[in-house]
Design a protein around this ligand. Structure first.
Ligand code: IPD
Ligand code: CA
Ligand code: CA
Length: 270
């Protein structure tokens, strides 16, 4: 059998198709379970998981492994499933926005990222409630339902609509984002908290939001959305303006134009 160049156009198309079909399968499961019911468990007093999270993750993992049995997988509910030496790693959040899902609030998504040799290669995010599919591929741009997307042109923080989120340890630590939230609330045109970090990144990518920051995120919250955002012309970094690591847990992202102003707010002491 002919070996494919690891990053040939053909292989990249195949990876994208696999990711999209896995996301659609998980999306169908979430839609069905939202309609028919699901069981809620508590990871701790505020952090929920449902059996729909696990079922959706299983569908994604099965789809990937049926085509790429040697690829590594890091998924929220199952952790690091494959410790092999493949240069490919899939980073999966089967249901980003579990609290929303559990309350029947229609803001959640399936998020699937692919890294090649530790670099983001592909991101697919599906919002099954609106049937919106975001795709970003390194060097190939970002799309929403097949149409190119770009970040907004909002020039100043004063005119910006921002979004953020809060980690599940909000009650147990002063490092809980409330200080940054207060600062931005006084500087931006508005702030939203949607409860789904992967979609927040996609919404910055397509210009619905101008900027997003959050701390203590997990790799599966960021992997797909960060590529989609960058491919849409946005900027993503850590709080100091350095390169984002999805294993770093601090993220600020924007249309680029307001990025320095966001960093300034995140770094100022008052
Ligand atoms: C959460 C969501 C939320 C963010 C939290 C995440 P989950 O993911 O992305 O927006 O604020 O930090 O943990 O638990 O719904 O997959
Ligand atoms: Ca998540
Ligand atoms: Ca999740």
């Amino acid at each position: 059998m002919l070996e494919m160049d690891p990053l040939s156009d053909g292989l990249r198309d195949e990876l994208r198709e696999t990711a999209v079909s896995a996301a659609r399968m998980a999306g169908t499961i979430l839609t069905e379970r939202a309609r028919l019911g699901f069981r809620v468990e508590f990871k701790d007093s505020v952090n929920l998981v449902t059996d729909a999270d696990r079922q959706a993750e299983q569908a994604v993992v099965d789809t990937i492994l049926s085509r790429y049995p040697e690829h590594r997988i890091l998924a929220e509910e199952g952790g690091q499933r494959r410790g092999g030496t493949s240069p490919y790693q899939w980073v999966i959040d089967p249901l980003d926005g579990t609290t929303n899902f559990a309350h029947g609030y229609p803001a959640y998504c399936v998020s699937i990222g692919v890294e090649y040799q530790g670099q983001g290669l592909l991101g697919v995010v599906l919002d099954p409630t609106r049937n919106e599919l975001f795709v970003g591929e390194a060097g190939r741009g970002a799309t929403l339902n097949g149409n190119r997307v770009r970040v907004s042109e909002t020039p100043t923080l004063n005119m910006a609509l921002l979004v953020t989120g809060f980690a599940y340890d909000i009650r147990n630590t002063p490092h809980n984002n409330l200080n940054y939230f207060t600062r931005f609330a006084l500087k931006a045109q508005g702030i939203r908290r949607t409860g789904t970090a992967a979609l927040d990144l996609c919404y910055v990518a397509c210009g619905r939001f101008d900027g997003f920051w959050e701390l203590k995120l997990q790799p599966w919250d960021m992997a797909a959305g960060a590529i989609i955002l960058q491919e849409a012309g946005g900027r993503v970094s850590d709080f100091k303006g350095g390169d984002l690591s999805i294993y770093g847990r601090e993220l600020v992202s924007s249309n680029g134009l307001i990025h320095e102003d966001m960093l300034y707010v995140l770094q100022s002491n008052s």
